[in-house]
Design a protein around this ligand. Structure first.
Ligand code: K7E
Ligand code: CUA
Length: 656
């Protein structure tokens, strides 16, 4: 996105200046086209619930935020690729393995595209997947607990951007590389990029029952940039479409050199065909290092396994599986309509919006009407696959979503607007400004066969004057529109967190019914859990000390501990014995160089503390859990390394 901003700013700086001017004039937004009943449309009365969940990517926060629509209220930030002190994610011993990679422990990520699991082309609300761009990974979040439960690293990939989108029965979550790289990675001159670098498109299988992820195969494509992707659906189920740019294969000054070709491509990949080939032993295993991290709900602990090989497929070994559809000019978004017939390529630098026809594509393939090839992959003729184009709809198209009435909605970054147009007739029906410079937009269910209409929200890159100023750094801003009528109606501005790229949204009911309230203590299989005062203990193993601690309103057991020595590594294993909804306890100890823990009812979490000073140090509960929360505290005594203070602990009596 940054690149797009830069290049488009350079190329069209005059126009941008013009839009910025527009953006600055407040009068239009103040006096407002807003009709008087708009407030009612977004008002969710105290105690009532929103109708939709929206899961908005955090971009460089590495996380995923959860909002309600239409209110625009933020409910939660789910930590995914970044350490998160609010819950202890990535700091506690149990969750550190989630952030393990072949490059070591990575405490941060750049997350762009959440997508919810589907069954028969409809959103089922079981899982949500999201990509990490920088150190390529795909995460799965369980929507029963809203916890990240699995992260798989994607080898042979770099800038994992055309990800993570699911096929219509969640057979695969698909990840494509933005940057092509040497495969396998090796020491070679950058100037030899062309013809030598490759782009991996990864098909990660999702087990139907458990949701377990595994990389089934990677298609090794020519060294283009694979920007965005979408699955076919309905009639085009079994295909996957990827936009490309830099088909020039430039390796320097891309803002100029990657804009030379009049047309880049949408790559159409028949994954069912490749799957069959692979199931019959096709492709080859190549050495690769990648981490697979899985969180176990019963031990409340993640484990990280390093995988050693991955199956790769050369597309020219599977005739009829991959084709290129010429698409003008450096397309960004690649969006497929609910019927599966139309494939929209949003050419960032193109005057018109190109729509391809899946039916015409199949015909052209059938009749072998090719217009040459690239690295052995047939190129179809533009005219043969074109369904139509929307003439001059705006400047800098990025992304398109669909409603359930045969309409499409495309965002235009440079002209800062959302344009509604009709599939099939390609006529523009409506346009509304966004504030300002919109990236993605989302319609609940918009990524499925059954969009849920009603609302659309735009996620904008520039905030400027929309809120009270907060110094140079502003949160980004989203706008909610009512799309139930012919014309879009702006209802609400709401701030978002990090840099939202895409968002996934759906009706709240499915998720709400299944949402888990507590972890059952009886199912807690954590090896260091304690379930009663009898099981509370402190155990020394050399210079490691394990404290089996429990917490319940309003005390820690034990609350006094002595006999710790300088040089010890102290593990606080804290089990929350509560079995009531929404009664977490926290744990923090002075000098702790990780973060606090926030322990849910029935859960066990561990904080490691390596005291650096002799003394008596307090610990306390960080979550205001009861009227006696301030009394939830204890002391731990640290003696010199050579002391003979015996290891003792207590609750309610003095340590003698
Ligand atoms: Cu357009 Cu990463 Cu989908 Cu940003 S991306 S907007
Ligand atoms: Cu437990 Cu405050």
């Amino acid at each position: 996105m940054k690149n797009i901003i830069k290049s488009t700013l350079t190329i069209l700086s005059v126009l941008v200046a013009f839009t910025s001017c527009n953006n600055g004039s407040k009068s239009s937004s103040k006096s407002g086209a807003l009709s008087s009943n708009v407030a009612e449309k977004v008002y969710v009365a105290p105690g009532e619930h929103d109708e939709f969940y929206a899961f908005i990517s955090g971009g460089y926060s590495g996380n995923l935020t959860v909002y309600g629509l239409p209110s625009g209220r933020m409910f939660k930030e789910i930590p995914v690729f970044s350490q998160f002190p609010t819950s202890g994610y990535g700091y506690s011993e149990e969750t550190k393995p989630m952030l393990n990679t072949s490059h070591g422990f990575i405490p941060w990520g750049d997350s762009h595209h959440p997508d919810i699991s589907q069954t028969k082309g409809e959103i089922d609300g079981r899982f949500i997947f999201i990509n990490e761009n920088n150190t390529p990974r795909i995460a799965k979040i369980d929507l029963k607990t809203f916890e990240t439960t699995e992260i798989i690293e994607v080898p042979n990939s770099a800038g994992n951007h055309s990800s993570s989108f699911v096929t219509e029965n969640t057979e695969y979550v698909v990840a494509g590389t933005r940057f092509s790289v040497p495969i396998p990675q090796r020491d070679m001159p950058i100037k030899d990029y062309k013809g030598n670098f490759q782009g991996a498109l990864s098909f990660i299988s999702v087990a139907p029952e458990t949701g377990n992820m595994d990389i089934k195969f990677q298609v090794l494509m020519p060294g283009f940039n694979y920007d965005l992707s979408h699955p076919g659906r309905g009639k085009s189920h079994g295909w996957f479409f990827f936009t490309t740019y830099n088909t020039e294969e430039a390796s320097t000054l891309l803002e100029v050199n990657a804009s030379q070709n009049d047309k880049d491509f949408i790559a159409a990949v028949n994954w069912k065909k490749i799957e069959e080939y692979v199931n019959n032993g096709g492709g080859k295993m190549m050495p690769a290092d990648y981490a697979h991290n899985v969180y176990d709900e019963h031990t409340h602990t993640a484990t990280s396994t390093m995988k050693k090989e991955v199956r790769v497929v050369n597309p020219i070994d599977v005739p009829g599986a991959v084709f290129f559809l010429p698409t003008p000019k450096s397309p960004h978004g690649c969006d497929v309509d609910p019927s599966g017939e139309y494939i929209v390529g949003n050419g960032k630098l193109s005057a018109n919006l190109t729509v391809h026809s899946f039916t015409k594509m199949l015909e052209a393939i059938e009749n072998k009407k090719f217009d040459g090839e690239a690295y052995g992959i047939p190129i179809l003729k533009f005219e043969d696959v074109l369904a139509g184009s929307v003439e001059q709809p705006g400047l800098g198209p990025l992304h398109t979503e669909f409603d359930d009435q045969g309409n499409a909605y495309t965002t235009f970054f440079i002209s800062s607007e959302v344009v509604k147009w009709k599939l099939g007739t390609w006529e523009v029906i409506d346009r509304k400004p966004t504030y300002y410079s919109v990236g993605h937009l989302t319609i609940p269910g918009g990524n499925s066969r059954k969009p849920q209409g009603k609302y659309m929200f735009a996620m904008n890159k520039i905030t400027k004057d929309r809120y009270l100023p907060t110094g140079p750094e502003l949160e980004h801003s989203a706008q909610l529109y009512d799309i139930s009528g012919d014309k879009m109606e702006l209802l609400l501005d709401f701030p978002t967190h990090g840099e939202p790229h895409y968002a996934a949204a759906m009706e709240a009911s499915l998720i709400k019914e299944r949402s888990q309230k507590i972890y059952n203590l009886e199912e807690n299989k954590h090896p260091y859990a304690a379930f009663s005062d009898e099981e509370v203990k402190v155990v020394r193993e050399g210079n490691e000390v394990h404290i089996y601690m429990t917490t319940i309103r309003s005390h820690f057991s034990p609350d006094n501990i002595e006999g710790i020595k300088l040089g010890d590594k102290v593990y606080f294993h804290v089990t929350n014995l509560e079995q009531d909804f929404d009664v977490p306890h926290g744990f923090a100890v002075l000098g702790q160089n990780t973060s606090e823990l926030l322990i849910m009812p029935g859960q066990t979490k561990t904080s490691v503390w390596e005291p650096t000073k002799v003394g008596v140090w307090p610990f306390y509960c960080t979550d205001f859990c009861s009227a006696l929360h301030q009394e939830m505290q204890g002391y731990i005594r640290v003696s010199p390394a050579n002391s003979s203070t015996p290891l003792k602990w207590s609750l309610g009596e003095d340590i003698e």
